[in-house]
Design a protein around this ligand. Structure first.
Ligand SMILES: Nc1ncnc2c1ncn2[C@@H]1O[C@H](COP(=O)(O)OP(=O)(O)OP(=O)(O)O)[C@@H](O)[C@H]1O
Length: 626
């Protein structure tokens, strides 16, 4: 609800949070904190007040408050503001899960055996029933690998977890394993439940709307079982749920006894942008924001570009120049000072030279989120290890080359080094292997991703993800394509994606890397979550988008809803319209001063009329670009 008094608003929300975490009177709560409402400040305030009042007792009882953030960067901010006080355990969800399970080695091993056995049984059944062809051959390779892993499990002394990679060594768990294991243990093991609530009687989760729903659900169940001794504090905004693995409608389906404080002031955006995002949101719920007392008026403009206009770079340059004049802000003339947000990524991919790689890997549903935010495990060996190694070599940075190898190469891990008779010789051998890898770029050559992967595999420099291993392990004679192509499962479309991606030049990996790491001037939509920029250009371009997850033409009423959307709407389920609206809300709410929405459309007049009818823009704020 719109608050008349912003001071009361902060005080009451912060007080409610502090009162909820009194050790003798724990209460669970969901803090509704819309865009720019200063969640971090409220969180740190509550933690500092808690430390002051209860820190000594808590330490004596060996208890801690857990704070789970969405990114490592967000963890670091909270840790720093809390002066790295061990009273508060701040981590990402993966590290938190690992903290809980890491000493349960016996149970983890049992869990892995059961999981591998299911995988083996499924593959064996598929192989018995499958037709001859590549799919069958791939499954046989996968089966072999799964059996090897099962066999090796008893020999592994300690199962570990590496938050920075994908199956880096055979004894390490993947990110999704860690979450699944923790979820299962919390749900099924009373001992784990006791340990959890004794160690962390209070768990605070930031960006709760995007936190893995399976885990949120077991924590909810735990809280309802141990109301007196365990409290959950969720910080979030249902309108800012942008990942598909978050829990739908979290915040609207809370238990009766939960408290629901709300922060209604947006300290980031100027008045005009707050009015716009309130209007975009008004179709979904009644949460509305108000500006801070010292907020400026700000600018929001809608630029409508006909799809027939093929030179998008030129159109956007013209728009920047118009924004400079409209907002009276020279900053709009400097690309480095503007954040351009691509909500669908094909346009950036074709402009920045990684379109084919992107299109291949964007195929499997399971890859999409990770591809967009750079966390797709199977690509990380290239983006996080090979590309930095090549770039460091090109900059003559021998120290960085060594650091990457020491940290990530199985050839240089502690066990390998201890086992070697002469460590100096071993380092020399690793150097030769690196030389072989780098020779792929010699005299201006441009290797393919596959050539790079083959050298990695042959030299054993870094571990190759299983999906790529399957392709590289195929016998030359196994090239008999299964023409029917009808057998698919998740694993198979991932293999198909990598078959194409491996053929692409490695340079596409580098362009992709620059894009997801935000060094290209463009921002990924998911990547800007939680961030803020003075000037934001939000680019809406369905024509360059693939898939049906987001459709701006539908959101603006230019295109009819699909049959699937209509069916979902009828059943009260989420539609592409809902997802697209939330994306637009998040993107627009990043702007601190001025905002330009650039909408490419097949029907400029209809889009313009609807933007006015929806009360998103006045006609004087809309510009048609030819
Ligand atoms: N009480 C306050 N007074 C003045 N400025 C504030 C206050 N709280 C937060 N801010 C400022 O407002 C901006 C937004 O805060 P923050 O990024 O913490 O919001 P958020 O709730 O995380 O938003 P989002 O969910 O959109 O990412 C920051 O620049 C922050 O410094």
């Amino acid at each position: 609800m719109m608050s008349a008094n912003t001071t009361t608003d902060i005080e009451s929300a912060d007080d409610i949070i502090f009162n909820s975490i009194q050790p003798q009177a724990l209460k669970s709560f969901f803090l509704f904190a819309g865009a720019g409402s200063g969640k971090t400040r409220s969180l740190v305030n509550a933690l500092k007040r808690f430390r002051e009042a209860f820190g000594i007792d808590y330490r004596l009882q060996h208890r801690r408050i857990a704070v789970i953030t969405y990114t490592k960067a967000a963890s670091n901010v909270v840790k720093e503001r809390m002066e790295f006080d061990p009273l508060v355990f701040v981590s990402t969800i993966h590290s938190f899960c690992w903290e809980l399970i890491q000493h349960f080695q016996h149970d983890i091993r049992k869990w892995r055996i059961a999981e591998l056995q299911v995988e083996i049984d499924t593959l064996e059944a598929q192989i018995v029933n499958g037709r001859a062809g590549r799919t069958l051959e791939d499954r046989k390779i996968k089966l072999e690998k799964a059996k090897q892993r099962l066999e090796q499990l008893p020999n592994i002394k300690k199962i570990v977890y590496n938050p920075n990679g994908d199956n880096r060594t055979r004894d390490s768990l993947s990110h999704s394993h860690v979450i699944k294991i923790a979820t299962d243990f919390i749900r099924d093991q009373p001992l784990m439940q006791q340990i959890l609530i004794n160690k962390f009687p209070i768990i605070i989760i930031d960006e709760a709307q995007d936190t893995r729903k399976e885990l949120i659900e077991v924590l909810f169940a735990l809280q309802s079982k141990y109301k007196e001794s365990f409290a959950l504090g969720l910080f979030g905004d249902t309108m800012q749920r942008i990942y598909l693995d978050g829990k739908e409608n979290l915040g609207n389906t809370l238990p009766e006894d939960w408290l629901k404080p709300e922060k209604t002031t947006n300290y980031r955006c100027p008045v005009r942008i707050i009015t716009l995002i309130n209007q975009i949101r008004s179709k979904v719920d009644t949460h509305q924001q108000c500006p801070a007392e010292n907020a400026t008026t700000g600018f929001a403009r809608l630029f409508i570009v006909d799809n027939a206009n093929k030179d998008k770079t030129k159109a956007e340059a013209e728009i920047s120049s118009m924004m400079k004049d409209l907002a009276g802000d020279e900053g709009w003339q400097d690309d480095k000072l503007i954040k351009k947000l691509i909500l669908e990524h094909h346009m950036a991919a074709s402009r920045l030279g990684f379109k084919e790689l992107y299109e291949a890997l964007n195929g499997p549903e399971s890859y999409r989120t990770g591809l967009l935010d750079g966390t797709l495990p199977s690509i990380q060996v290239f983006t996080k290890l090979v590309a930095p190694l090549v770039l460091a070599h090109q900059h003559n940075d021998a120290y960085e080359v060594m650091r990457l190898l020491k940290k990530h190469s199985p050839l240089m891990d502690r066990t390998a080094m201890m086992a070697s008779e002469n460590q100096i010789d071993s380092i020399g051998i690793v150097h030769d292997k690196v030389k072989n890898l780098l020779s792929l770029w010699q005299e201006g050559s441009e290797p393919s991703v596959k050539q790079v992967a083959e050298v990695l595999k042959a030299e054993g420099l870094f571990l190759i993800p299983d999906v790529i291993n399957v392709i590289l392990s195929r016998k030359e004679s196994g090239e008999d394509e299964d023409a029917s192509g009808t057998e698919t499962n998740t694993g198979d479309d991932e293999i198909t994606a990598w078959e194409t991606a491996l053929q692409r030049p490695f340079a596409e990996i580098i362009h992709y890397k620059l894009y997801v790491e935000e060094s290209s001037g463009f921002g990924t939509h998911q990547g800007v979550k939680g961030l803020e920029f003075p000037r934001v250009m939000v680019i809406l371009d369905d024509e360059n988008a693939r898939g049906n997850l987001f459709k701006y033409e539908r959101l603006f009423g230019v295109e009819e809803l699909s049959d699937r959307d209509l069916a979902n709407q009828k059943e009260g389920k989420e539609t592409s319209l809902d997802r697209t609206r939330r994306l637009l809300y998040v993107a627009c709410s990043r702007a601190e001063q001025s905002l330009a929405i650039v909408a490419y459309t097949s029907r400029p007049e209809v889009l313009s009329k609807n933007a006015i009818d929806f009360k998103w823009f006045e006609s004087s704020e809309i510009h048609l670009i030819n």
